[in-house]
Every structure is written in C-alpha cells, then in structure tokens.
Design a protein around this ligand. Sequence first.
Ligand code: SF4
Length: 98
Amino acid sequence: MNVEPSVRVEDKLYYNRYLVDIGQPHVKVRAHTTPSAELLALLKVCPARCYELNDNGQVEVTVDGCIECGTCRVIAEPTGDIQWSHPRGGYGVLFKFG
Ligand code: SF4
C-alpha cells in the first residue's frame, strides 16, 4: 500500500512568490527568554515553517515565506506572544496555481 501523499504542501508552496517588505515584517515575536506553549506550537502548525528555534531556545519568525493563513494569529496573538498584521499593500505573498 502506498502511503505517500499524492500532493505535498511543499510542492504547492513552491509556486508562490513573495515580495518581502524589508525591515517591516508583518509578524513579530514578543521578546522572551523561555517560549510559551503557544510559541512552541507555532513551530509545528505553521504550514510554511516560518517559525524556528534559535540557538538560545527562543522562537524566531522569518516572514519571507508566510502565506498569510492566520494560523499563528489565532494561536499566539491573543496571548500577546506575537503581533500580526497584514503586509503593506503590494507586499507579501502572491499566490499562483500550479
Ligand atoms: S500566517 Fe500562517 S504562514 Fe504566516 S507565519 Fe503565521 S502560520 Fe505561518
């Protein structure tokens, strides 16, 4: 039995294009020493894998590949762990079908 998915998310994300608003990220992680449970959850739930642990065990975000799905916003904005806003006009993800 073949258990490989017929379409991988990574393959679809490849078709997207991004215009990065350098110096003005639309998602920011609140400064912390030890990540909250919500921040740690973002490491697993972000479909674009924008969240990573740095060498100090803190959660960082790189918004370059963000598809603006809002998942992290639902989980971690109410707790104050992140600040989330839409990118400025003309910046952010450009969805393509493929
Ligand atoms: S909006 Fe979605 S893709 Fe963007 S950082 Fe949050 S979870 Fe990841």
